[in-house]
Design a protein around this ligand. Sequence first.
Ligand code: ADP
Ligand code: SR1
Ligand code: MG
Length: 419
Amino acid sequence: MAFTEFRPVDEKLLIEYIKATPALSARIGEKYDDLVIKEVGDGNLNFVYIVVGSSGSFVIKQALPYVRCIGESWPMSKERAYFEALALKEHGALCPAHVPEVYHFDRTMSLTGMRYLEPPHIILRKGLIAGIEYPLLAEHMSDYMARTLFFTSLLYHTTTEHKRSVAEFCGNVELCRLTEQVVFSDPYKISQHNRWTSPYLDLDAEAVREDNILKLEVAELKSKFCERAQALIHGDLHTSSIMVTQDSTQVIDPEFAFVGPMGFDVGAYLGNLILAYSAQDGHADQRNDRKSYKQWILRTIEQSWNLFHKKFIALWDEHKDGAGEAYLPAIYNNAEVWKLMQEKFMEDLFHDTLGFGAAKMIRRIVGVAHVEDFESIKDASKRADCEREALEIAKTLLKQRRKFSSINEVILVIQQLQK
Ligand code: ADP
Ligand code: SR1
Ligand code: MG
């Protein structure tokens, strides 16, 4: 069977597709009798099939021309699959230990074949809800963020290389516009898709829509998101885009990738860890009060930023005489100016991280597409208490981000604002 035009696959059609695609059929030794195919997509946008045979396995991900969690009433370019595959390949080349290998990509079918992250890999968010500690998470995520962000920025690229990448990923405009809407606009106005734990958070949602200072700060972040072409970012680096075991950390799902502000990735990751922290009281029971687990999350936030900072600077120092054109060695030519310039860069990145992280937290509480951390708390009043705490932390971080000079200060504020 030829696949010369787009067709949504199902389990049955997928077998025909695999038979017609050598890069996939070879992965399962061309054995079809014992093949098990299951659709497992629990994300918001796409369809994901796990394909397991006796001689191998892979995952197939297909984008349909709409947003899955809303339905066909919200059309969305299926070209997002192309940008996801491109980013998986580029980030995978820079950080192969933490990105699944792409085996096959078909632009006509908006379909990607990639490594199956087999059990015990689970989605990090689910691990955080279950109260599982991941001792290597901070080490691995700081590696991933430092390498993908540094090596795709002007600190490493010439401006010619950089503009080529900016131009290519500008094509992912529909996904960028989705983020502009659901992160930076909808939570601050009445919008048909907005939702919150009503009636408990009615006044809190209204307060977000009427907070002039918050609106001024969000405008600044939105402008940075739209205008700052700093590095090839993942674009949706929340805790459901990370799959983990005790010794493996894999970043999936970069379909929102574009050349944007680095702090949007670091902030998404840290902001979602703060959401997980605020949700813990809702998951506490008589067997486990979650107190020590909350401390582990805070330590992970602290270590993730501090390790990221250290590794990013180390990469920068190592490549300071390379092709990167942002800070020419002939100008930044003494140890003092080099240090001052790096400190300024990292301070700005830290403040961006806090601002974007906070904006990502707010949208998950009063906007569209909520997170399982809170949704799985059955008692609505208890859930609202947890969400309100996260909202207060986010508003404080967003409005006062420039006052913070270390991640420890952020941790202290989180602890002070907990109920
Ligand atoms: P969406 O783009 O819709 O958010 P995701 O890429 O997040 O889709 O994938 C949805 C789900 O499919 C994930 O939560 C995970 O359970 C599963 N999944 C995705 N990619 C893989 C993979 N490479 N290996 C194993 N499971 C995967
Ligand atoms: C309709 S909004 C869907 C959300 O899911 C994705 O994971 C992105 O975060 C997007 O904002
Ligand atoms: Mg996803």
